[in-house]
Design a protein around this ligand. Structure first.
Ligand code: ATP
Ligand code: MG
Length: 310
């Protein structure tokens, strides 16, 4: 199969409030981060892809199944770790995972066997006979991960899997995602607003904001090639100079404390900037290469796209 997700112009509103705005996305098998600020539409997008919410407009396939007519097949083949708790009263860890496995279409026996295996995989083997309600936040996150994996899905949606975890627990969840990535046993889409989670686990990131997909990009590629940043301080009238730089793809950020930050294209040569400054009668007082954090990159991408589309 060449695409695990293939959707076109999907829109969704809650009581007239637009949460997804003509979203199109085509993803080959792999591990993807879904990155966006609060309210961007990450959870809504996952729910639409799972067939929990039915969009009034748009079309799509998940693992080759139509999202409108084949939601049962989709749920069988897809694992979902929701953002909210999914505890069942009175059940212990094994009981919870096995029950949710049965709901995904497994036989009781099969579900029970797999429940033990996945609880072991997520590190809950010792707590598996405890009532799940008594679990700590980190344990509940692992339990949610286990139930998403129980029926051995081909595609896994994880909605903010590291939320509420302490640093060690977070690393362990990320380690599980990396393990799946290495084994290539299933595709994963996981949402987060913690940028370092993405850097550690996936190569590709889908950026969503205000219900629209802004970018599908390769993290390392993006950082290495497109967004090298410099700090620049000039003396003199610089508007014409900056407009010449913009012609060659240099991106200017607002001035902070007299320092302008510029994002430069891959073929940028600093000597050209000095020459251009001299030609415009400007004095370069300060010029320094600075590493762009993924955080800045994220903000830049969202700002850029607002500029282009609104
Ligand atoms: N059940 C609901 N009823 C009404 N509006 C909703 C509902 N769920 C979400 N929304 C709205 O839809 C938009 C997208 O929300 P969504 O929960 O998909 O965002 P998100 O990216 O998952 O955010 P977060 O990072 O906070 O989880 C927001 O404006 C939100 O207020
Ligand atoms: Mg959400």
């Amino acid at each position: 199969m060449d695409k695990v997700i293939d959707i076109h112009d999907i829109s969704f509103s809650y009581n007239g409030c637009l949460a997804l705005d003509k979203v199109s996305l085509s993803l080959a098998p792999g591990i993807y981060g879904l990155l966006g600020p609060n309210g961007a539409g990450k959870t809504t997008l996952m729910k639409v892809l799972l067939g929990f919410l039915s969009p009034p407009a748009g079309t799509g396939n998940i693992l080759g199944h139509d999202i409108r007519t084949e939601s049962r097949e989709i749920r069988r083949a897809v694992g979902y770790m929701p953002e909210v708790e999914c505890l069942l009263p009175l059940l212990d860890g094994v009981g919870t995972v096995a029950y949710l496995g049965e709901l995904s279409g497994m036989t009781r026996q099969e579900a029970m066997k797999r429940a033990h295996e996945v609880l072991f995989y997520v590190g809950l083997e010792e707590a598996r006979y405890r009532e799940a309600k008594s679990y700590s936040t980190g344990m509940k996150q692992r339990l949610k991960m286990a139930q998403a994996l129980v029926h051995d899905p081909k595609l896994l949606f994880l909605d903010e899997p590291t939320t509420g975890m302490d640093p060690q627990g977070r690393q362990e969840i990320l380690e599980l995602i990396r393990d799946i990535a290495v084994k290539k046993t299933m595709s994963i889409v996981f949402s987060t607003h913690i940028l370092s989670d993405l850097e550690q686990t996936c190569e590709q990131v889908v950026i969503i904001d205000k219900g629209r997909i802004r970018t599908l990009a390769d993290i390392h590629d993006m950082r290495a090639r497109n967004y090298d940043t410099y700090e620049l301080k000039l003396k003199g009238e610089a508007e014409e100079f900056f407009s010449r730089l913009a012609d060659v793809g240099v991106h200017r950020h607002p001035i902070e404390r007299g320092v302008t930050r510029i994002g430069v294209p891959p073929d940028f040569v600093p000597a050209d900037l000095f020459r251009l400054a001299r030609d415009h009668g400007l004095q370069v007082r300060h010029f320094r290469n600075c590493k762009t954090t993924l955080e800045e990159l994220f903000i830049t991408l969202i700002e850029d796209n607002h500029g282009h589309q609104e």
